[in-house]
Design a protein around this ligand. Structure first.
Ligand SMILES: [Ca+2]
Length: 617
């Protein structure tokens, strides 16, 4: 695991952030393809065994291998061999389930004429192996037979398991084999999560809601929670959330500029209110600044509004021209700064709720690890100077990002097929990443964690025989209007196979403007045979996006325009915005992924771009 993920995301959050989901992608498909709607059928699995599998199949008992001995379609199928002790062979993979949805599992099976008998079954089960629906082939031997079973999720299960099963519990069957091909799993109907809304915890069976209980207190209601497969009764309890630490800064020596202090960059910065080069909004405790002539708040004390002024939201200060402060005078400034934190409300195996306290940080606080033997219920986000826990600060830990719809993904993978084929062949591939400061790497902690570098590296791991050259054409602060005139030099001259486009700085543009720029860029790239992946941008500072809290559905019209452009021009889409939109549902306040507090993701945020790009390869 990458160090950045480890540093930022602790055990509770890693599966949430790194796992995938279909709701988000179904919603993208709905936005991009008018035919798809929330209640339409979604394909969760289509497995032909012709190419390396995109789902994580697991095998327990017996063995399984992809073979070209026979196939229902194409050239390959899955050959399962049973083991000797119990006659077992189990090949399986799990999927997120949606309450109320209907699942149809279908597959083709071939049982050859052979000495030892076998009893294969196509099965949908829960993750505890309890069968929900299944079909066996009957007595047909030496021919391909289609099996199909169907199940409706009335019980609101959060996961289902597809298993290719042979379990006669009979000794001495070693040598029996059978073949599977063309397996599909579809999902239809069911409750759709609201994008950007708080999540549903897959481990909560009932109740156990975490709610504000006045001041810094939260209540955990009675209920039932699954802890390592066991249903545990939760004891109702009220917990006190400790306030964040406040730090007193003494005698910072500053020469105050005359520029009016305003926002993250104007006036003189109080050094301890700085994040990664820009000031952090809310970090300064209002009313705490003391400007003195000498250390220890000695000598003359200068007056706010007469000698100096400040933007207390952003921790910036400046001298007033008619005041007592000289232009070259060094003053001693003391003030207090506030920190932010994420805590996790957990339940242990006895049903006792407790608060797992995170570390106070100026920015990007880690989500604390959940102890082994416990389950996380809800994250509590404490913004700067939090004095009361309201519903806004509570982030129930929900389901991971859904697996993308297979049809949608296949369509987009086909749009980078040339690049992928070159990688598979072991050729040299050149990727140019065209974009703004985020593409340039802001604010990854190390060069290898910038998303272009991490993407190139992920391709090198996946296609070790290929040579992946990366040219980073990111320019900090620029948008596509400004970059397009340099397109020849920045992008085209490198003769790229693939170009990624990421401009969070384009988010204010009109549809016409975006179309003009992207159409031109795509046409010029097509002319030299290059393929394109448009990346929808991450989320920036909530107040910039018109939000008070950090529970936020995607509302930027430009994101919709980008999805439309990808459809119209038939270029691939890496829809990172969907990941950011889903973070709240996973229990993650997205603000903790902004390393400069405004618009630059941290390492984990960069990795979300990589995850979405790698879906195409
Ligand atoms: Ca096949």
């Amino acid at each position: 695991m990458r160090q950045s993920s480890h540093v930022f995301f602790t055990s509770a959050a890693i599966p949430a952030i790194r796992a995938r989901t279909a709701v988000g992608w179904a919603a993208i498909a709905a936005a991009a393809l008018p035919l798809a709607s929330a209640s339409a059928q979604r394909t969760l699995l289509r497995e032909s065994f012709e190419t390396p599998s995109r789902v994580r199949w697991a095998h327990t008992w017996g063995s399984a291998e992809v073979t070209n001995e026979r196939a229902h379609a194409g050239e390959r199928s899955l050959k399962c061999s049973v083991e000797n002790k119990y006659g077992m062979s189990v090949h399986h993979c799990d999927f997120r389930a949606r309450a109320g949805a209907t699942y149809v599992l279908a597959a083709w099976l071939f049982v050859p004429k052979q000495e030892k008998e076998c009893f294969p079954v196509l099965r949908l089960s829960d993750v505890g192996w309890k069968s929900l629906a299944e079909e066996a082939p009957g007595t047909k031997i030496d021919e391909w037979v289609q099996l199909q079973c169907q199940w409706k999720n009335d019980a609101g299960q959060s996961q289902i398991r597809v298993s290719l099963h042979n379990a006669p519990w009979k000794e001495g069957l070693e040598g029996a084999v059978y073949y599977w091909d063309d397996i599909t799993l579809t999902e239809e109907g069911g409750a759709v999560e609201q994008p950007g809304a708080r999540g549903r915890n897959p481990n909560v069976i009932e109740g156990a809601a975490v709610t504000p209980a006045g001041g810094m207190k939260v209540s955990v209601a009675a209920g039932k929670v699954r802890v390592f497969g066991k249903a545990v009764e939760v004891v109702p309890l009220t917990l006190e959330v400790p306030p964040e630490r406040v730090l007193q800064i003494h005698d910072e020596q500053l020469r105050l500029t005359e520029e009016e202090p305003q926002g993250y960059g104007k006036g003189t910065a109080l050094q301890h209110c700085l994040g990664t080069g820009v000031s952090l909004c809310g970090c300064l405790e209002p009313g705490s600044i003391v400007v003195a002539e000498k250390a220890g708040q000695q000598g003359r004390r200068y007056e706010q509004g007469k000698d100096w002024r400040a933007d207390e939201d952003w921790g910036r200060i400046g001298r007033l021209p008619d005041g007592a402060l000289g232009a070259d005078q060094t003053v001693f400034v003391s003030y207090r700064i506030r920190l932010i934190r994420v805590d996790t409300i957990c339940v242990d195996t006895t049903g006792r709720a407790y608060l797992g306290q995170g570390d106070d940080q100026k920015f990007c606080p880690e989500i604390p690890p959940v102890d082994y033997g416990s389950r996380g219920l809800c994250n509590v986000y404490l913004p700067y100077g939090c004095t009361e826990i309201t519903a806004k600060e509570l982030y129930p830990i929900g389901e991971p990002f859904p697996e993308p719809d297979v049809d949608f993904l296949d369509a987009h993978r086909a749009r980078v097929a040339k690049t992928r084929e070159k990688l598979e062949r072991g050729d040299s591939v050149t990727i140019v990443t065209w974009g703004d400061s985020v593409t340039a790497g802001g604010d990854a902690t190390r060069p290898e964690f910038r998303f272009p570098d991490a993407f190139a590296q992920a391709l090198r791991y996946k296609y070790p025989q290929a040579r992946v050259n990366l040219v980073n054409a990111g320019r900090g602060g620029w948008n596509s209007n400004r970059s397009l005139p340099l397109f020849e030099d920045d992008v085209l001259k490198h003769k790229p196979d693939l170009v990624t486009i990421e401009y969070v700085n384009d988010m204010g543009m009109s549809e016409e403007n975006l179309q003009k720029n992207y159409f031109e860029a795509i046409d010029r790239l097509r002319a030299i045979g290059a393929e394109v992946a448009i990346i929808t941008p991450h989320f920036t500072r909530p107040s910039w996006r018109g939000f008070a809290g950090v529970e936020t559905p995607e509302t930027r019209p430009a994101v919709g325009y980008l999805r439309k452009i990808a459809e119209e021009k038939q270029v691939a889409l890496a829809d990172a915005s969907k990941r950011w939109e889903h973070l709240a549902a996973e229990g993650i306040p997205y603000y903790v992924l902004l390393r400069n507090g405004i618009n630059h993701p941290n390492d984990a945020g960069h990795q979300l771009f990589v995850d979405e790009l790698m879906r195409l390869f």
